[in-house]
Design a protein. Sequence first.
Length: 423
Amino acid sequence: MIFQCVKRRSAGRLSYGLAAAVLGLALVAAAGLQVAWAGQPGEINDSVSDRDFYKWLDGLRDEAKKAGISEKTLDAALGDLAPVRRVVELDRRQPEFTRSFRSYLRRRVTRERIYRGRALLEKHRHLLENIYDEYGVAPRYLIAFWGLETHFGNHMGGFQAVEALATLAYDRRRADFFRAELIHALKIIDQGHVRPQDMTSSWAGAMGHMQFMPSTFNHYATDYTGNGRKDIWGSLPDAFASAANFLSRIGWQPDQNWGRQVRLPKGFDLSLATLDKKKSVEKWKNLGVQAADGTALANTDTQGSIVLPQGESGPAFLVFDNFRAIMRWNRSVNYAISVGHLADRIVGLPPVFFGPDAADEILSRNQIMEIQQNLNRLGFDAGKADGVPGPRTRAAIRSFQKDHDLAADGYPSAKLLERLRAQ
């Protein structure tokens, strides 16, 4: 497919026949720019006749009309539309390495983010306190999300949301998900919240200060200013209140922290260190778990789980329901800890202590895939060997570790890979 060579005009537009002819000539002239819509990263697809973008777009328009979106909105949003090659390139790109939690945290909770977060917390304190009174999300957390998502509004994405989502919806790889998000984006425009040209986003369609997907916007965005528009791009009150509304409705607890770093006793059963296992703080205390500074935990019945983002050699955290709410925002343990830790650092709490044994280890994607392949060969179901160590892979690692009398931390390390190769 050639990107941005032929555009469909809302007024005086090219006829389908002429557009197809010009597109065909462009394909012959610039075959090197073709993209494998349904193939693997880097593949080239020389035949696109069965996937004509404008015929696909007509089907989308019909679906949007049935969803109640006006012809005026469809003409404004889709009339000048063409797929964007760069979006597909970014979607196909896979990270070459899996960084350690230590490296991940260092890159996200930086001194600059902490200091700037403190300054912005003071600058917007009155607004954030009012939002806290209404939604129960403390100001430091909203500042932390803002800092991690868009570097406090400096990097909200340089793509047009409709173009990006249409490109990904046209691509077969995750078509259903992005087609639904595109319909949501058109509804936002149809409701008058933003003009198509002002609906900027990341390459994946995440929008505004807090990087809401269109479906999240439609379910949780808030017109906090009362001007009739939910403006998460230009209005910080709307953006902060929308984030707080989202968190409060997915289980945020106003009277809880996200979690805290803890110290595990020698001989601790690492199979308990998983989000699947919840115990009261008092019960964790009775198992020998202490605060990071060695002091005793409180005797409370608040339920929490132990997580080890870098395995047994890294730090341990006791996390609560608010941590799970953060993970509904982004399904990454590393991300959730980073949000909580940045929020803590902004209000002056100490940094994470890693200890001398926490190696700053980096595994390549191919090494993670080799771990998964070897686990599968040995009868431990790690799922598809995709180089992403998700819950299924970590469960398989734990099972392997238990069977071989290893510390069952579920962590994909270089030492684990060596052991699997030996097996």
